[in-house]
Design a protein around this ligand. Structure first.
Ligand code: NDP
Ligand code: OXD
Length: 308
């Protein structure tokens, strides 16, 4: 039994130690050390080289080392090989922290206070009660729902949007493209936690931003390709949007001269909102390998047709 890990090498060493401790019968190889490729049963990967999968004739399951699977080219993965995305507590906790931080920063006007401090200006801004701040999440999956549950503890007025209908206590849920405008009309802070698919690419468009109330703010923790960058610059320039917090962009990193870098109303972070944590993720993959060996259903298998 052999596992090949092709993702962050530092974290790979931690994965290797966890496998050695918990499943010494499984060979664990951290890229670029691969062992005999014809013996690889399971691949754990982030952005694998395009030709890698065809060199693995005995591949049984492909595990994405992240929650998203948009970095994989499905056409290179044999149809009978399930693709499993990462659903693990470490990613969830990281995303809850990041989005909570971002919402609180926007809600409590930190952008304005940073500008005021730089200008030597001591000027209180009226505090908006949390119940009067409407926070909306696009994507009501594992991460969207976890984030909403935590935001609910602050008392925000919460809504969410997904492809299929949801019933989440304390959250006004909208489903489907026809409901998008109505959902956006009610979001003072919009959080994108969608997967990147053919349907969601470019969804943070001029039209989407125009549907938000004047002065709204955007948090993008989905993927950079969700966002129309020029539309954001235009919306900030006109004052229709007040601020954006972006953890993802295209390309990553942005070129040095890109206007986002020094924009006074944009805060960027280098795709760190949440990260797969070896301590929890390796155990989740081990559990899935055990399920596979026992002929049980795997957790987190994606639907290639939907793209997530
Ligand atoms: P899930 O697959 O659990 O949830 C995806 C959600 O998006 C579902 O609610 C789904 O709707 C909804 N959705 C998908 N397509 C559409 C559509 N066309 N219209 C409306 N809703 C749609 O994913 P996760 O919550 O685990 O992760 C979401 C994304 O977060 C990842 O794909 C990744 O891009 C990003 N991410 C970013 C990280 C970072 O550090 N910045 C870290 C981890 C993830 P339905 O429920 O109806 O199927
Ligand atoms: C992920 C990510 O998809 O880190 O897990 O973006």
């Amino acid at each position: 039994m052999s596992v090949l890990y092709k993702a962050d090498p530092d974290r790979g060493r931690a994965w290797s130690a966890i496998f050695a401790r918990n499943a010494p019968d499984i060979e664990f190889h951290v890229w670029p050390e691969t062992g005999d490729l014809t013996k690889v049963d399971y691949l754990v990967a982030w952005e694998p080289p395009p030709a890698l999968v065809e060199k693995l004739p005995n591949l049984k399951v492909l595990f994405s080392s992240g929650a998203g699977v948009d970095h994989l080219d499905f056409s290179t993965i044999p149809p009978d090989v399930p693709i499993v995305r990462m659903v693990e507590p470490g990613i969830v906790d990281g995303m809850i922290e990041y989005v909570t931080l971002a919402v609180l920063a926007l809600h409590r006007d930190l952008f304005d206070y940073m500008r005021q401090q730089a200008a030597g200006n001591w000027q209180p801004i009226k505090v908006v009660p949390a119940a009067a701040r409407r926070v909306g999440v696009m994507g009501l999956g594992v991460l969207g729902q976890a984030v909403l549950a935590r935001l609910g503890t602050f008392g925000y007025s919460l809504s969410g949007w997904s492809r299929t209908a949801k019933d989440i206590p304390g959250v006004v849920c909208h489903a489907g493209a026809d409901t998008l405008k109505g959902f956006l009309n009610q979001c003072d802070i919009l959080i994108c936690l969608l997967p990147l698919t053919d349907e969601t690419k470019g969804i943070l468009s001029q039209r989407t931003m125009a549907a938000l109330p004047r002065g709204a703010a955007l948090i993008n923790v989905g993927r950079g390709a969700h966002l129309d960058q020029q539309a954001l610059l235009d919306a900030l320039a006109s004052g229709h949007l007040s601020a954006a917090i972006l953890d993802v962009c295209v390309p990553e990193p942005l070129p040095e001269a890109h206007p986002f870098w020094r924009h006074p109303h944009i805060l960027m972070t280098p795709h760190i909102a949440s990260m797969t944590q070896p301590e929890t993720a390796a155990l989740v993959v081990l559990d899935n390998i055990a399920r596979h060996r026992n002929g049980e259903p795997l957790m987190g298998v994606i639907d290639r047709f939907k793209g997530y």
